[in-house]
Write a protein that binds this ligand. Structure first.
Ligand code: NAD
Length: 366
């Protein structure tokens, strides 16, 4: 076998990064035969096994992949804790091009790495992955969720995620306007993908006025055909609109210095992960601007709730009912943010940390 060309990993730096946010374990996975290069990060398993999707992305550097997996796995700890799930936080990344480099052998090998963690990490879909890959992973491990419905799985979580965002938006409207009614409210949705489209349908049914955009014209045309009531706008126009609510449902970091100069909304509530470009800076900035920000990891928890039900024996109705709980949790977070005069993201972080710490202190570890 030829010698590996990978550069030496600066161990101290990685352990230092783990220490920064208390990551429990990071597993680097390499397999020459299948070309697999992956990193699995387990952030915290106090509440239960670390459940979080696998992202396949052509990261330019290993440092970029490591950064993403550390950040995303920590986010999952907070999301599950706040959703009241008995799950910890973890995530995996596969370095590669999801359009050209997927093979059955690669995902089976990845499944073996997941299995080597003995149930401490459970994987599912994320960007670049689909139920087809979960089926191949399942051939090697039971530590997988997000399987197709015909295999007893929970299928695509997006409709449940969209419903959770909708419930969170109602709570935000209640806090911001004194009424949860969304009828007549103007809502801009960035991203007409699986969640954005589902959210638009729910809001139109409620009588809200929707402005939606996507970078793909064909997606917008399909949405307009399916939901004729929506107004389609150009991607660059989405931040300039005179709306009540902005719903980021594309990528992260869209709440930043530039967009905050343009946004005219009084509520931000959407599905995208990591909406605040810098949590501390922009979390405070939205508050100062008088915008109620519904923390993303709070309102987009429908997907993880759906996966959690798959582990217990899937029950769609029960998953939807638990997702409805996002309304009460969101109201509780908004009120505690107002009472303590702190940004909503911080109130949400503190609630999640409180649950984890109290279990740890009581010795109730997974
Ligand atoms: P998706 O890939 O189906 O949709 C995203 C859409 O955003 C795509 O249609 C894409 O073309 C569009 N887009 C990308 N950049 C854009 C831009 N600059 N302007 C306008 N549109 C743009 O993804 P999804 O499953 O709908 O998820 C949406 C977001 O919610 C993602 O950030 C995802 O990580 C997050 N999320 C999804 C789930 C879920 O269950 N699907 C759960 C939690 C969080």
């Amino acid at each position: 076998m030829p010698a590996t060309a990978t550069k030496a990993i600066p161990e101290g730096q990685i352990l230092g990064r783990m220490e920064q946010h208390d990551h429990e374990e990071v597993l680097f996975c390499f397999d020459r035969a299948t070309g697999l290069k992956a990193i699995i990060a387990i952030h915290d398993t106090t509440l239960g096994p670390a459940l979080g999707g696998t992202r396949m992305w052509p990261y330019a550097t290993e440092a970029e992949a490591l950064n993403d997996v550390l950040r995303l796995s920590r986010g999952m700890t907070y999301k599950s804790a706040l959703a009241g799930l008995d799950l910890g936080g973890g995530k995996a990344v596969i370095i590669g091009d999801a359009r050209t480099q997927k093979t059955e052998a690669m995902f089976r090998r990845f499944g073996q790495f997941v299995d080597s963690l003995n149930g401490r990490y459970i994987t599912a879909e994320d960007v670049g992955m689909s139920t087809a890959e979960m089926v191949n992973i399942k051939k090697e491990t039971n530590s997988v969720a997000g399987l197709p419905e015909e295999m007893g799985g929970s299928g695509d979580p997006s409709p449940v995620t969209a419903y959770g965002v909708y419930c969170g938006m109602k709570a935000a409207a209640k806090q911001a306007y004194g009424s949860e009614r969304l009828s007549g409210r103007k809502v801009s949705i960035q991203g007409g993908g699986n969640v954005g489209r589902g959210l638009a349908a729910l809001l139109v049914k409620d009588g809200a006025q929707i402005f939606i955009t996507d970078i793909h014209e064909d997606k917008l045309a399909a949405i307009k055909a399916e939901i004729p009531e929506v107004n389609v706008v150009k991607p660059e126009a989405i931040f300039e609109l005179d709306v009540d609510i902005y719903a980021p449902c594309a990528l992260g970091a869209t709440v930043n210095d530039e967009t905050l100069k343009k946004l005219k909304c009084s509520v931000i509530c959407g599905a995208a992960n990591n909406q605040l470009a810098d949590e501390a800076v922009h979390g405070m900035a939205v508050m100062r601007k008088g915008i109620l920000y519904a923390p993303d990891f709070l309102v987009n928890a429908g997907g993880i709730i759906n996966c959690a039900w798959e582990r217990k024996g899937y029950n769609r109705k029960a998953a939807m009912r638990q997702t409805e709980g996002i309304y009460d949790t969101a109201l509780r977070i908004f009120r505690s943010s107002a009472d303590l005069d702190i940004p909503t993201y911080l109130a949400a972080n503190q609630a999640a940390e409180h649950r984890i710490t109290s279990m740890r202190e009581a010795g109730l570890r997974f």
